[in-house]
Design a binder for this molecule. Structure first.
Ligand code: GLN
Length: 220
């Protein structure tokens, strides 16, 4: 999507990248497009894979899918160092499900233990993968997310992880049955569920607002 910018709206234009190796990439492109429209903002959303593409965005989404596959592909394409660097410089990022796993510093599977996936690691959390069971145990639940308006957010959980440990700079923004399912650490948001599948664009809108602030601060 590319809404061309008029001079009056130029300042409010952002470019959001969706990491395009594996998983629900198109769903996140669509949800970001919807969020831009609802915010009445000018902006681009584009699929990114290579270091030079990742250097030229104001916000990033790491989609859900399968973290063991994603970690291999990101490593093969040599995008891991640039992702690590940009996120540590403050690039706003949303990681959903496998995307949150990719951002975490350690992840182990509920059944098979630690398979040592090559994670990006900027988010100071430990994750249990497939914590609610496997594909057949997927479900939806109404969630209360502290950084959003009060109205319940429909959480879509598919082979979802939970967060089992958080570092001191990590804010827990959502729990389900006392298990941590969403966190925020400065410029990083991680969700165990799939906001792009809920039809509710509030989390994507939040990321876009963070991206706009980051862009205005950094002048790029
Ligand atoms: N279970 C998957 C993993 O460990 C995540 C599932 C998802 O992203 N929906 O990577």
């Amino acid at each position: 999507m590319n809404n061309s910018s008029s001079s009056s709206s130029k300042k409010k234009s952002v470019t959001i990248g969706v990491l395009g190796f594996q998983g629900d990439i198109e769903e996140n492109v669509a949800a970001t497009g919807q969020a831009l429209q609802e915010l009445q903002m000018d902006g681009n959303v584009k699929i990114v894979r290579y270091p030079h593409e990742i250097e030229n965005i104001n916000g990033l989404i790491l989609p859900g899918g399968e973290s063991t596959v994603q970690s291999t592909l990101i490593a093969i394409q040599q995008s891991q160092p640039v992702l690590k660097k940009r996120i540590s410089e403050g690039l706003p990022v949303l990681g959903t499900c496998a995307g949150m796993i990719m951002l975490s510093k350690r992840a182990y599977d509920r059944v098979i233990g630690d398979t040592k996936p090559k994670l990006i690691g900027n988010l100071d959390i430990v994750i249990e993968r497939n914590a609610f069971g496997r594909q057949s145990d997927s479900f939806e639940a109404d969630l209360s997310i502290s950084m959003l308006s009060k109205e319940a957010f429909k959480g879509v959980f598919i082979r979802a992880p939970v967060v089992t440990e958080v570092g001191k700079n990590v804010e827990v923004i959502c729990k389900l049955n006392n298990r941590i399912v969403a966190v925020k650490q400065e410029n990083i948001i991680g969700t165990a569920f799939h906001p792009e599948l809920s039809g509710d664009s509030r989390i994507h809108r939040h990321l876009i607002e963070m991206a706009l602030e980051f862009k205005n601060k950094n002048g790029s």
